[in-house]
Write a protein that binds this ligand. Sequence first.
Ligand code: 2AM
Length: 487
Amino acid sequence: MEAAALSRIGLAGLAVMGQNLALNVAEKGFPISVYNRTTSKVDETLDRAQTEGQLPLTGHYNPRDFILSIQKPRSVIILVKAGAPVDQTIAALSAHMEPGDTIIDGGNEWYENTERRIIEAENKGLLYLGMGVSGGEEGARNGPSLMPGGSFQAYNNIKDIVEKVAAQVEDGPCVTYIGEGGSGNFVKMVHNGIEYGDMQLISEAYDVLKNVGGLSNVELGEIFDEWNKGELESFLVEITADIFKVKDEHGEGELVDKILDKTGMKGTGKWTVQQAAELSVAAPTIAASLDCRYLSGLKDERENAEKVLAEAGMKDQVMSVRSGVDKKRLIDDVRQALYASKICSYAQGMNLLRAKSVEKNWNLNFGELARIWKGGCIIRAVFLDRIKKAYQRNPNLASLVVDPEFAKEMVQRQGAWRRVVGLAVSAGISTPGMCASLAYFDTYRRGRLPANLVQAQRDLFGAHTYERVDREGAFHTEWTKLARKSG
Ligand code: 2AM
C-alpha cells in the first residue's frame, strides 16, 4: 500500500475550538492531521471535514501515528484545557517528536507556564509558541485573531498558514509575531481584560438607558443597531443589538429579561488585574468590571441588601430622575459616555502591556496589536484603527488620552460623559466602569493632585520624607511639634 501523504501541520485537542480551527486550516488548503485523547472526537471531526467540503484532514487515534503523519519540521497545535492537561499532552506528543519540531499551545495559558515550557522544549531541541486565539467558536472556524509569541523560527515555520487562517482586514491578516517568551499569552490575557471592560461598559449603557431612560428592549435593539453604524461599530455592540431582539420562547417578552444576573468567568480578567497591580499600573476600569462580576455572584446577598435597605428607608430615586430626562439627549449622551469610557479602558490595557514589555524586554508593537485586534476577535471594532494610527503617529505615546486625536475626542465627549455619570449617581444606578474611566481621566489629566497631603501624612506618622515642588532633596518635618507650637 502506498504511504499516505504527510500533513503540513497537526492539531491535538478536538473540543469545539480545536475542531473549528483544524477545519479552518484545512479549508485554507493546508493538509492537517488531528488527534484527541477521546477518539470519538476524532471521528466527529472527520465527519465534519467531509460534510463541510471534503477538506484535507486526516484523523489519528494515538500520539505516535498522529506525530508521524506530519511533515518535518513538524508543527503541532495543542488546544486542550490550560494548565496540567497541556503538560500531559506535551509529554504524550513530544515523546515522538524530533529536534526542530514545534509545539504551539493555542489555549488561554498563564504566560509563565509558557515560559517554563519554552525552556523544557528547548532542552529537547523543540521549538515552542504560546499563541493566543480569540474569536470564539465562530472565529476559530472562519478567521480568528492570533497572538503567537515565543520562538521566532517556529513562527516563521507556520507564518504562511496562520496568515491565511487568521481573520483578514483591509490592512492584512489579524496575526503578527508578538514577541519572545510568553508575550503571546500575555497579550491575549490583556485582550480579555479589555473585553471584560467593554462588556461591563456596554451593560452599564444598557442599565442607564433602560432604567433612567425607560427604554424598552425593542428600542434598545434599535439604538444598538444605530450605534453599530458609527464610532462604536464593533462585534460586541452588534451582538448586543441582536440579544435585545430575541423573544423568550417560554413566556412573554424578551429572553434577556429572564437571564439570571450572575456572571461567569474563567480567570483571564482576574490575571489582568493582578498583573496591573504587580506592575503598579492603574487599570481601574478593568478592575471595576472584575469587581462587578464578583458582586453579581452575590445574588442572594444583593436581594437581601435591597430588602434591608428598603426597610431602613432607602427610596428608589430612579422615577424622580427619569421624569426630568430628555430621552433623545440621554441616548446621545450615553453613546458618547460609552465611547469616552472605552478610550480610557484601552489606555489602561495598552499601558499595562507597555509596562510588561519593558519588564520583559518584549519590544511589543502597540500599533500592530491594535491592528490584529481589528478582526476576528471579540473586541474587534472600527475604533481599533484609530488606536493603531495613534501608536503609528507616536510609538512612545504615554497614554491614548494624550494622542492629539483622542484628546480632542475626549474633550468633545466629556460633557455628555459627566451628565450620564451624574444622572446615574443621582438615580442610584451604579456605573462602576464609566465612573472608573472618568475618574481615571480626571486624575490623569490633573497636573496637581491631593497626593501632597498623603505625602505629608506619611511623613508625619512614618518619617517617610517628602519632596518639595520648589527645591531639590528629601525632606522630613516634625509636623506634630510644629503644629502644636503654632496652634
Ligand atoms: P477529551 O475529549 O479526551 O476530554 C477540552 O476539554 C479538550 O481538552 C478536549 O479535547 C479534551 O480531551 C482535552 N483534554 C483535557 N484534559 C486533557 C488531558 N489531561 N490530556 C489530553 N487532553 C485533555
